[in-house]
Design a protein around this ligand. Structure first.
Ligand code: PLP
Length: 374
């Protein structure tokens, strides 16, 4: 069986975890945490990075930093993971679900402005498959209306919009290092704070509402409870694991891109015949090869394709269910149809993509897809 995902270990994870343990400092915000945060700040120009225990936690921190409260509206695409919306709902927000573009699953920036009301407080663009949303349009709209932008960059490490790293553009951005992502720490995430005005408060929220970070830097002579927050920071064990992945990121990215291109070239003839759709990468976006997906013409065809691949030892999977139709939110949704979201929920299939997959296996998978459509 070729599985959909296999977490890749670089070989240095245990060595660094042992180092963390031997240092006698295995709680959060130690040397490995600082090393990881510094790396991302230097490489991508994020103003301030804070590791978190998940991207969900980073999104929850973002909701607090945006001062989301009851009655506020937050615009989120319906075609996304639950956490993109849930983090804001927990603070009392009403979610206004946006549709996807017709040719890719990202939020449709053309129709964004029609969703804004006097109660709107934030927009959450999700860079699906690591491919950039139209950040220029989104930031222009947000500026005009005085809104916060929280990039859900869970899948978007090492990817760019017109040369700008994803995660560096919104006021805040959230990454995931869950085992399904390009670089991983089991569970794990990161909040990037690009708006200087939010940095001090972010550190406090991160450390249970205390000004502990300032105390350890020697900026205050005692620390205490100064704000809301939670224990959002991961232990050094998680950060040590992540450091081993960071050191190997270029190699991981190069291999994933090679696999992605192989899929694309092999399957292009099917798209040319109008039998399926391949990912559409806008001119302004790069591809970080987080995911290889294709879009079938209808739900029945997708179901049969997944079954065909399974019968031939290949695990392909669909992705999000529309959040505006979820059990939790259906009755609270304003009733608008979101046809592009529905189409991706019904027709999108993700193919195996992980570091240890090899190009011959990609050929084998593509041969089965070609056999299905021919
Ligand atoms: C778009 C998006 N946002 C948020 C998350 C949540 O990430 P985590 O599992 O790190 O909390 C995911 C998870 O896959 C995701 O795909």
């Amino acid at each position: 069986m070729i599985g959909f995902n296999k977490p890749y270990l670089t070989g240095d994870e245990v060595k660094y975890i042992q180092q963390a343990a031997a240092s006698g400092k295995i709680s959060g915000n130690g040397d490995f945490t600082k090393r990881c945060q510094h790396f991302f700040e230097q490489k991508y120009g994020f103003r301030k990075c804070l590791l978190t225990t998940s991207c969900t936690d980073a999104l929850e921190m973002a909701a607090i930093l945006c001062d989301i409260g009851p009655g506020d509206e937050v615009i989120v695409p319906s075609y996304t993971f639950v956490s993109s919306a849930l983090a804001f709902v927990r603070n009392g927000a009403r979610i206004i679900f946006a549709d996807s573009c017709s040719d890719n699953p990202n939020i449709d920036a053309d129709r964004l402005e029609t969703l804004i009301t006097p109660r709107t407080k934030a927009i959450v663009p999700v860079h699906y498959a690591g491919i950039a949303c139209d950040m220029q349009r989104i930031m222009d709209i947000a500026d005009r209306h005085g809104l916060m932008v929280v990039e859900d960059a869970a899948q978007a490490i090492d990817s760019f919009f017109n040369g700008q790293p994803l995660g560096s553009i919104g006021h805040l951005a959230c990454f995931s290092f869950h085992e399904t992502k390009n670089i991983i720490s089991g569970e794990g995430g990161m909040l990037c704070i690009n708006d200087d005005r939010l940095i001090r408060r972010a550190e406090i929220i991160w450390e249970k509402g205390t000004n502990r970070a300032e105390f350890f830097r020697g900026e205050v002579n005692k620390y205490g409870w100064v704000d809301t927050g939670s224990s959002f920071l991961p232990s050094e064990v998680t950060a040590a694991f992540l450091w081993a992945q960071i050191e190997n990121m270029d190699r991981i990215q190069a291999k994933r891109k090679e696999l992605w291109c192989k899929y694309y070239v092999n399957l292009k003839p099917l798209e040319d015949k109008g039998l399926l759709y391949l990912p559409d990468i806008p001119e302004y976006a790069t591809n970080n090869a987080h995911m290889f997906y294709l879009v079938c013409r209808n739900l029945d065809e997708r179901t049969r394709l997944i079954q065909h691949l399974k019968a031939n030892g290949i695990q392909a999977v669909f992705h999000y269910l529309a959040l505006h139709k979820s059990d939790f939110y259906r009755a609270k949704h304003d009733g608008r149809d979101l046809p592009s979201c529905d189409r991706f929920a019904d027709c999108l299939v993700r193919l195996p993509m992980f570091y240890e997959l090899d190009v011959h296996q990609v050929d084998q998978i593509c041969d089965q897809i070609l056999a299905f459509f021919n």
